[in-house]
Design a protein around this ligand. Structure first.
Ligand code: NAD
Length: 467
């Protein structure tokens, strides 16, 4: 459990910071082989804590063991394996061409670590979103202070044990705590800050980073639309939407936030979604050991408020709608007749409520999406190549799946991230490595340079050459 923030805690943070500061050049000089060994060690330690991770996440918000394996441990192991396989190549100096005027020199990009990095993570995937960027930071040769979310205290205890078993704190350390601890860390001078969380907090992080001109990666959120057009094969696509929306009880940054369904498909879509939800979680999801709870009373009340506001304004529950406050339970819920100015269409939902909006023509879809901030993800379900092209070309988003939702984050060959309000910078695989790397330009002059011939005095001959 996060301890209250006090002077002792500040001195602990300062001591870790000082140790990392005196060590980061040493860490930065490590070879690919050594970094791969560190990643392998992290992998082995994670496996030894598998049971503890499963138990802790169940206690925190009833995350099923299978989902701990699939959505927390597996993505981190995949990152480790991918980075280990490619690291030698990523680190290799990259020769580049030169203009004719630079004859006698050679140029290359030297990959050096940014240095001291800070990773701040949210609670919804408490391990994946802390350790996936950690893998990139280790691969790039950085020291790291990790600040997990204060809302998953059981999991944080295990993560702390994993990190202290795998690393010395002068290289990598976990600092526990909430906003005060985060603020204290943000006042310190880091070379890079990797933040995952809400856009409003992202702005605070960016403002703090600007004081030291630290570079930032901001993995934020927003309202990710899911378009279902008149050609979509509802039976085939509904399992993919229902899974992505209700896994983790909708507490995913890339969950379909709202569905925009062609009016001819609305009835079939709602009916199939209802059936699919029952298939996943039974007649009463409250009794399903595969369905999570909302992380905290605060978030439960936020979602309850959104739902009440939407119903007051004319929205209608099309499926679900049961809430149990004692256990922060919200049933997988579909809402139709949703007014545009209701809370579920104004704010990122981040919970198991899916508003369903209908449209008649494609322009309405574009107008709705582009009236909001650029989303982290946008999903298009269609069998029409023309429609798919149209929807993609007329919108902007961090990432897109066609006839699928959310899984693009699982392909380490793709950059993952948002755009503007949904994020700045990209993560995962090589893109993650680059976020924690300074691509340093090096030019080595081997023969006399053209500059020497062209230096003052500018004689008539030199002037003619310039002309
Ligand atoms: P949050 O922004 O409230 O918290 C994230 C982290 O920031 C936590 O560690 C928290 O302690 C810290 N924090 C909170 N307030 C702070 C402040 N005022 N100053 C400094 N630090 C502060 O986010 P959350 O509730 O944990 O997670 C939900 C949000 O995260 C959603 O918006 C979601 O879309 C987003 N998210 C994005 C991604 C992504 O990859 N893009 C992934 C998961 C979640």
């Amino acid at each position: 459990m996060a301890t209250p923030f006090n002077e002792t805690e500040i001195s602990v943070i300062e001591s870790i910071y000082a140790k990392q500061k005196s060590n980061y050049f040493t860490i930065g000089k490590t070879k690919a082989r050594e970094r791969i060994q560190k990643l392998k060690k992290l992998q082995n330690v994670i496996f030894t804590f598998r049971k503890e991770l499963q138990e802790a996440m169940w206690k925190d918000y009833r995350k099923p063991a299978a989902e701990v394996d699939l959505t927390e441990i597996y993505p981190v192991i995949q990152e480790i394996k991918f980075a280990s396989k490619h690291l030698k190549r990523w680190m290799k100096p990259k020769r580049v061409a030169k203009p004719i005027t630079m004859i006698g020199s050679s140029s290359w990009i030297h990959h050096e670590p940014k240095g001291m990095s800070l990773i701040i993570a949210p609670w919804n995937y408490p391990m994946q979103l802390l350790f996936a960027p950690l893998v990139s930071a280790i691969a790039a040769g950085n020291t790291v202070i990790l600040k997990p979310s204060e809302f998953t205290s059981h999991t944080v205890d295990v993560l702390k044990n994993i990190v202290s078993e795998a690393f010395e704190e002068q290289e990598i350390a976990v600092v526990e705590g909430g906003v005060e601890v985060s603020t204290a860390l943000l006042n310190m001078k880091f070379n890079h800050i990797f933040f995952t969380g809400a856009p409003e907090i992202g702005k605070i992080v960016m403002a703090a980073a600007s004081k030291h001109l630290a570079s930032v990666t901001l993995e934020l959120g927003g309202k990710s639309p899911t378009i279902i057009d008149e050609t979509a094969n509802i039976k085939a696509i509904v399992p993919r939407i229902a899974w992505a929306k209700f896994v983790n009880a909708g507490q995913i940054c890339i969950a379909p936030d709202y569905a925009i369904v062609h009016e001819s498909k609305k009835e079939e879509f709602i009916r199939s979604m209802g059936q699919q939800i029952t298939k996943h979680y039974g007649d009463d999801a409250a009794n399903s050991s595969d369905y999570l709870r909302i992380i905290s009373p605060k978030h439960f009340l936020r979602l309850k408020g959104y739902l009440e506001n939407t119903i007051e304004q004319g929205g209608k529950i099309a499926h679900g709608g049961t809430l149990l406050e004692v256990e922060n339970y919200i049933e997988p819920t579909l809402v139709e007749n949703v007014p545009m100015d209701s809370d579920v269409m104004k704010y990122e939902i981040f919970g198991p409520i899916l508003p369903i909006i209908t449209y008649k023509n494609r322009q309405e879809v574009i107008d709705l999406i582009n009236s909001k901030e650029k989303p982290l993800a946008l999903y298009v379900y269609s069998r029409s190549k023309k429609n798919i092209k149209y929807f993609i070309e007329n919108t902007s988003a961090g990432g897109t799946c066609i006839n699928m939702s959310a899984v693009h984050v699982g392909n380490p060959n793709l950059p993952f991230g948002g755009i503007n309000n949904s994020g700045i910078g990209k993560s995962r695989g090589h893109y993650g490595f680059l976020e924690f790397t300074n691509e340093r330009s090096v030019l080595h002059q081997k023969l006399p340079s053209a500059v020497e011939f062209m230096a003052p005095p500018y004689t008539q001959l030199k002037q003619r050459l310039i002309d």
